[in-house]
Design a protein around this ligand. Structure first.
Ligand code: ATP
Ligand code: MG
Length: 416
């Protein structure tokens, strides 16, 4: 019987993993520069958390969530996103007593979508959440952090920004939007018609071509913002300008849930085709309260790691090498013993090295050295043991340089 993995859930093989390690290490590095600290929450949460924390009217909860009964009678879910669990942990551990908090996470998420390029059933998100600050300065700083992170990877994106209003200006707008959409029901797709009552803001986000004329002419929340939301948006934009972060106002960008307020943003890339969004985020000042915590403002984003990896690949950015510095090629038993001894010394000095313990033909060993991604190969036999010298062969250029064996660790451990 041949076993294969679950559809839409991918393996990352060692040859590719350098790309993932680079994305993850850089996220940890850059986020720390902005004061964010890592949180790790379980992959499984009570299903009710997402019903409340993401919303029952969303596709994510409604159609895409993996839900199962535990042996008892608990209904559990594989997390479809990271915010709800992070907020749960924030409340459960009383983190709000310590003033504003900035947290980030990296991890696998699960959605039962139709798998295609950039859209998988297990995928990974890198996300930030900041709690306890309602001021627009934080919005600008967090968006700039994401732009900084992508910029350091050399990724070119478009930043789209919008305001989704708040409890003061949105209700009246929604009523108008609903009646406008209702009046154009016949020209909208089935999904849109379905959402007019449940989640009219989401209709604005529809990508179906035949819906576009109606949506383009729809009333814009941007024109109807209350003074508080207008000022907030202006301050976020001024902050981004001050930080040199280019952005574009996108009146139809939404986060279709009630507790999202004001700032909504998305980073898109041309390299991704239909799945253009590499990251999305927004302010969710009522989410902590919705999940049973004290009123606490918040803002967060999530970036799709697979999509970022696709962009890096399309850019031709090389996968950072993760092979050993040197691979010992064993010419005879004396060389094998010396290799083992030298390998120990190198590893103690923090220099990665390897050897093929089968000690077969030299050609085979050189081949293994290349497969392992080693930078250099070094043949060791009785002659090298006797002279204390060998030849370091650069596997990319084939150039050979003499080296004293007792200087190998210093030679390979130094910079470059
Ligand atoms: P989309 O409109 O592409 O479905 P979304 O609005 O569902 O995205 P979010 O829930 O905001 O996405 O998640 C944030 C990011 O996570 C997205 O911008 C995307 O990069 C990534 N993402 C979402 N769903 C998937 C998926 N099924 N496979 C891979 N990446 C995903
Ligand atoms: Mg989606």
């Amino acid at each position: 019987m041949k076993l294969s993995g679950v559809k839409g859930m991918n393996d990352v093989l060692p040859a590719e993993v350098g790309r993932w390690q680079e994305m993850e290490a850089l996220a940890r590095e850059v986020f720390a520069l902005y004061g964010y600290r890592e949180i790790r929450t379980p992959v499984v949460e009570p299903a009710a958390l997402f019903a409340r924390g993401v919303g029952e009217a969303t596709d994510i909860v409604n159609k895409e969530m993996y839900v199962f009964e535990d042996k008892g009678d608990d209904r559990l879910a594989l997390r479809p996103e990271g915010t709800a669990g992070t907020v749960r942990a924030f409340i459960e551990h009383g983190a709000y007593v310590d003033g504003p908090q900035k947290w980030f996470y990296l991890g696998a998420m699960f959605r039962r979508e139709r798998p295609q390029r950039g859209r998988y059933r297990q995928f990974h998100q890198i996300g930030c959440e900041a709690f306890g600050v309602a001021e627009p300065l934080l919005d600008a700083e967090q968006i700039a952090l994401l732009a900084d992170y992508l910029g350091r990877l050399g990724v070119r994106t478009t930043l789209k920004l919008n305001s989704v209003g708040d409890g003061e200006c949105r209700p009246a707008y929604l009523a108008d939007l609903r009646s406008y959409l209702d009046g154009h029901r016949a020209a909208l797709c089935a999904d849109c018609r379905d959402r007019i009552d449940r989640n009219p803001l989401r209709v604005l986000d529809c990508k179906v071509a035949s819906c576009q004329p109606v949506l383009e002419a729809a009333p814009r929340l941007l024109d109807r913002l209350c003074a508080g939301c207008r000022d907030h948006l202006a301050a976020v934009r001024a902050g981004l300008d001050a930080l040199g972060v280019e952005h574009r106002l996108e009146p139809r960008l939404v986060r279709g849930l009630d507790y999202y307020v004001r700032t909504a943003f998305e980073f898109t890339s041309d390299a991704l085709g239909a799945q253009a969004a590499v990251a999305g985020g927004g302010r969710y000042d009522r989410l902590v309260e919705t999940l049973g915590g004290p009123p606490t403002p918040g803002i967060g984003f999530a970036l799709g790691a697979e999509r970022l990896a696709l962009i890096l690949e399309a850019m031709g950015r090389p996968v950072p090498p993760r092979g050993p510095a040197v691979f010992f090629v064993l010419a005879d038993p004396a060389g094998a013993t010396e290799a083992l001894r030298l390998a120990g010394a190198l590893r103690r000095a923090g220099v990665a090295c390897d050897l093929d313990a089968r000690a077969g033909k030299l050609k085979t060993q050189f081949r293994q050295a290349e497969r392992a991604g080693a930078r250099f190969a070094l043949v060791l036999g009785a002659a090298e043991v006797a002279s204390g010298e060998g030849k370091l062969k650069d596997l990319a250029t084939r150039a050979e340089t003499p080296v004293r064996l007792d200087e190998l660790a210093a030679r390979l451990g130094g910079p470059g």
